[in-house]
Design a protein around this ligand. Structure first.
Ligand code: GRF
Length: 215
């Protein structure tokens, strides 16, 4: 497989972005990060890009006529740079078809819950409030729904009765930092095949990667 060129979209802190930077710099991921695009000029992710000499762009929806032209523009910026996989690393928007259709099954998102439970915002809070005993995170390909695309990989963590959004979120985030780079690695090695709603992990008989909550 040829080297991957990543385009990352992030709205906030960018700790997942950082984990991907670290894994490209260490050689774990055979990938270049061509550009970081943020919708938020105050995103700390922009600082992380600067610290690692990664080009960054701030593109705000309010500077465009409508969502269609916004996402068409993002798609153009990514294509211009030869991006082969788009990474939504805490991009707090529902991306539209103008972007998705240009990168079919080539956009990955990380969600802080075990989908299909708790889609949308504040997955960690939803899980803590619900009282689940096992929580976790999901990396999935992006389709036009909200957190509905084919699931690539999930990691589980225990959830305790006194967990808050923050305590549970912290436990989940540690796993996010492991499984997101791993999903990208699998993609870069050509090991992910999408069959309808399912992702088949070639060479993995059980087609599952779960972290044991007891560990
Ligand atoms: C993470 O919880 C991720 O699951 C969600 O947004 C958050 C981003 O965190 N999509 P960070 O900006 O990567 O630190």
């Amino acid at each position: 497989m040829s080297k991957l060129t990543l385009g990352v979209l992030a709205s906030g802190s960018g700790s997942n972005f950082q984990s991907i930077i670290d894994k490209t710099e260490s050689g774990y991921l055979d990938a270049d990060i061509a550009v970081l695009i943020s919708d938020n000029p105050k995103a700390f992710a922009l600082e992380r890009a600067r610290n690692h000499n990664i080009e960054s762009l701030v593109l705000r929806p309010k500077d465009f006529d409508n969502k269609s032209s916004y996402y068409a523009h993002i798609a153009d910026e990514l294509k211009k740079r030869g991006v082969s996989l788009v990474i939504l690393a805490g991009f707090m928007r529902v991306v539209k078809k103008e972007l998705i259709q240009e990168f079919p099954n080539k956009i990955m998102n990380i969600h802080p819950a075990l989908l299909p439970s708790f889609p949308g915002l504040h997955g960690q809070k939803q899980a803590a409030d619900y009282g689940v005993k096992i929580a976790g995170c999901t990396v999935h390909f992006v389709d036009e729904g909200v957190d509905t695309g084919p699931i690539i990989i999930q990691a589980a963590v225990p959830a305790y009765h006194d967990d808050t959004e923050e305590t549970l979120g912290e436990r989940i985030l540690k796993e996010e930092h492991k499984i997101f780079p791993y999903a990208i690695k699998l993609f870069s090695e050509g090991k992910l095949s999408v069959e309808g709603q399912k992702v088949v992990m070639l060479g993995n008989k059980n087609n599952i990667v779960l972290h044991n909550p007891a560990q």
